[in-house]
Design a binder for this molecule. Structure first.
Ligand code: ZN
Length: 263
């Protein structure tokens, strides 16, 4: 899944369309094949968690989701696309530029109905209305769940994927398998996640260690070999509901698995 910072950066790319009138559109999804957005002005794009909402005049919103591999490119009209045409799901044209959405999920909704798409999301780590207290409260709703699963549940807080889950848990010294109610300092973990997203909002490479050398940029995500801090071998595990497990990485020394405080 894309992390919240990638989605935020995608929204900033789509800002290039803001204020411009669409001269043409091509939505390559059967249910939207007859929808023509030409003549409408682009009012702006906002990201909510992993969703992008591109608002147009006449109260219309183009909703897109990057799924696993999706991306939006915005480029000068007529320049070659960076991905094969068969992956394109949406093309938005203005007089001078072209936005192409590859491998995205797409929908057109009334702007006033956006809440039905994103209203279930927890506070957005990169949103203007970020609310750490609410995020902690949402995480605590399922105290027996592992913190690793709770962190990527976008209904708790929006914007964390597999990379920042691994890195935030490492930086907080928390094993991602730890039950939510056993995490000693949940506000601290949430603050670390927020800091990670904020730091990377405008960056193109992810560096959580402060070390720019290849292979040393992230503490544990996809790391094979010794922990960069203590030398203990980094280990992997599987987290998530059956059939949807994702790999997590952790250092068993820096991230001890603690029992619930009360037991
Ligand atoms: Zn370690």
């Amino acid at each position: 899944m894309p992390e919240g910072d990638s989605v935020w950066q995608t929204a900033r790319r789509l800002d290039a369309l803001e204020g411009h009138v669409l001269t043409g559109s091509d939505l390559r999804i059967p249910s939207l094949a007859t929808v023509d957005l030409a003549g409408r002005q682009v009012l702006g794009t906002v990201s909510r968690g992993k969703h992008l909402l591109t608002r147009l005049t006449d109260g219309i919103t183009l909703h897109s989701h990057l799924r696993m591999e999706g991306r939006w490119d915005v480029q000068a009209a007529g320049t070659p696309w960076r991905r094969p045409a068969h992956e394109a799901r949406a093309v938005l044209r203005t007089e001078k530029s072209e936005a192409i959405g590859f491998s995205i999920l797409l929908d057109v909704v009334a702007t006033e109905a956006e809440q039905s798409l994103v209203g279930h999301l927890g506070p957005d780590l990169l949103g203007a209305d970020w609310d750490p207290v609410l995020a902690v409260r949402r995480l605590q709703r399922l105290p027996h769940l592992s913190i690793g699963e709770a962190l990527v549940d976008q209904r708790n807080l929006a914007g964390i994927g597999n990379i920042y889950r691994a890195e935030a848990c490492f930086l907080a010294g928390v094993d991602p398998n730890t039950r939510v109610d056993a995490v000693r300092n949940l506000p601290k973990l949430v603050a670390i996640a927020h800091q990670l997203l904020e730091t990377h909002r405008d960056r193109h490479s992810r560096i959580t260690t402060g070390d720019r050398r290849p292979g040393r940029r992230l503490w544990v995500y996809r790391r094979q070999g010794p922990c960069l801090r203590c030398g203990t071998p980094v280990r992997t595990g599987e987290l998530g509901p059956e059939g949807q497990e994702r790999t997590v990485w952790l250092c068993p020394s820096c991230q001890p698995d603690l029992p619930p405080a009360s037991s």
